[in-house]
Design a protein around this ligand. Structure first.
Ligand code: SAM
Ligand code: SF4
Length: 458
């Protein structure tokens, strides 16, 4: 035990990093580290980084510039502030980070953060350390569980990583290189983690993985379980009212998983199913290994199983060779599916990926134009989806106080934020809410019935 020290962790990028950041804090808690939201008070700062696009990686370096100032101020006060870089930039760039940002003391890859206590001790003893090897041992076996109080403080919804890495090798993507090969956690470890979360008051679990629907973990019966079976098991965990999973690949959307959306009331009617492009030519160049028709087929099977399914996606514009016709195909796919929302990005060539070597890279101005146009079409889709909820009664899991006094905020089954006027005591409950107004993609409503009487589904 080192004694009480302050830890500031900043997460960049996806939900997997948010989860990893929490687990880093959990691992350092028994070492005496208490989390702070003020970096200037910290004894240890960890930036948990994202390498997916160039902009995300560059953000880390500008943040490190700021942290250097904090380190100098701390040193002037006689304090030794340690700075760590974790996550995918750490994994991809290793020693290069120390060269570019000399204020950094620790570089730790996304598979090694369970070793943070030893790395901190080494950095204090010997100076800078870099640990980005892919280890043989599984980090999850070495991570400390958070206290009940820490879990409770994080709220009534939680992420649980069930799968990591990716074997798909889309030609634009760094994930297979930064997160390594696809692995799945065993069922019993996931069930234990979910039961512990439920015991501390968590009501909704989102299973996460870079390719979560490729999950194939070892079950207690010694067999390999697919995601559908894991979901069915978790739906029986006492206290868990809602399940979600993200992010999925269209190729791994099997019939069993689609049927789970019909058969499991706890499985919310919402799915993030990235397609990236609506053009078969670009999908092939991206090595997505499915066509537009395959994707549309998956969506129609999902909607047959669960007609009110809300779909969201990711899109990339300006992939090498993307013509006006290819881009028009993407726009038409958005309208054909009718999304509840989507993320869209300008293609960012990533070193080491096949896409970065391709000819015919569209210029920045074209990418910006296309992105703007696509976002307008997505916004229109989202507004239509939200308008369809007006007047409906939706079940809402109340998560936290709202921005204004007397308001609380929750999520609908479709993951939309819903605000109502109600006492804070309802946080953690599921209530039936009549949707009366929509503003800036938030839904506003009023309780339609007492929460205890509300159903868990839509
Ligand atoms: N595994 C998921 C899938 O198959 O779609 C997504 C993983 S990635 C962390 C999240 C999103 O970032 C991708 O869906 C893609 O839209 C975007 N992305 C990945 N690489 C990119 C790149 N080089 N340039 C722009 N966007 C990128
Ligand atoms: Fe990246 Fe997702 Fe493709 Fe894997 S499936 S390479 S994580 S975009």
């Amino acid at each position: 035990m080192i004694g009480s020290r302050k830890l500031y962790v900043k997460s960049f990028g996806c939900q997997m990093n948010v989860y990893d950041s929490q687990r880093m804090a959990d691992t350092l808690a028994p070492e005496g580290y208490v989390e702070t939201t003020a970096p200037e008070d910290a004894d240890l700062i960890i930036l948990n980084t994202c390498h997916i696009r160039e902009k995300a990686a560059e953000k880390v370096y500008s943040e490190l510039g700021r942290m250097r100032g904090l380190k100098e101020t701390a040193a002037a006060d006689g304090r030794n502030l340690l700075i760590g870089v974790a996550g995918c930039v750490a994994q991809a760039e290793g020693d290069e980070i120390i060269r570019r940002a000399p204020a950094v003391d620790i570089v730790v890859g996304s598979q090694n953060y369970h070793r943070l206590p030893q790395l901190i001790a080494r950095a204090e003893r010997e100076g800078r350390v870099v640990d980005t090897e892919f280890p043989i041992d599984d980090k999850f076996d070495h991570l400390a569980a958070p206290s009940r109080a820490a879990t409770r403080a994080r709220g009534v919804t939680a992420f649980v990583t069930v799968q990591e890495g990716c074997d798909k090798f889309c030609s634009f993507c760094v994930v297979p290189y930064t997160r390594g090969a696809e692995t799945s956690r065993p069922v019993d470890k996931i069930v234990a983690e979910v039961e512990r979360l439920a015991d501390a008051g968590v009501r909704e679990i989102t299973l996460i993985g870079q390719n979560v629907n490729a999950y194939h973990g070892k079950g207690a019966d010694g067999r390999t379980w697919p995601l559908s079976r894991l979901l069915e098991r978790l739906a029986r965990a006492a206290g868990i009212e809602r399940l979600r999973y993200t992010t999925s690949h269209p190729l791994d959307m099997g019939d069993d998983l689609i049927a789970a959306h019909r058969d499991l009331p706890a499985l919310m009617p919402q799915l993030h199913l990235p397609v990236q492009s609506g053009s078969d030519r670009i999908l092939a160049a991206m090595n997505r290994r499915h066509t537009r028709a395959d994707y549309v087929g998956v969506v129609s099977r999902l909607r047959k199983a669960r007609p009110d399914m809300a779909l969201t996606s990711d899109f990339i514009v300006g992939f090498p060779g993307e013509t006006e016709d290819d881009f028009a195909a993407t726009l038409s796919l958005v309208d054909e599916i009718g999304y509840a929302g989507a993320f869209s990005f300008k293609y960012s060539p990533r070193p080491g990926t096949p896409g970065a070597e391709m000819d015919d890279q569209p210029d920045e101005a074209k990418k910006s134009d296309r992105l703007q146009h696509l976002q307008q079409v997505i916004d229109r889709n989202q507004a239509t989806f939200n308008r369809g909820c007006l007047g409906r009664i939706l079940s809402v899991l109340f998560e936290r106080p709202g921005r204004h006094r007397g308001q609380i905020v929750g999520r609908s089954p479709y993951l939309q934020p819903v605000q109502i006027e109600a006492p804070l005591a309802l946080i953690g409950e599921i209530g039936a809410v009549t949707i009366m107004e929509i503003a800036s993609n938030s839904l506003f409503g009023a309780l339609a019935q007492e929460p205890a009487l509300a159903a868990a589904g839509a």
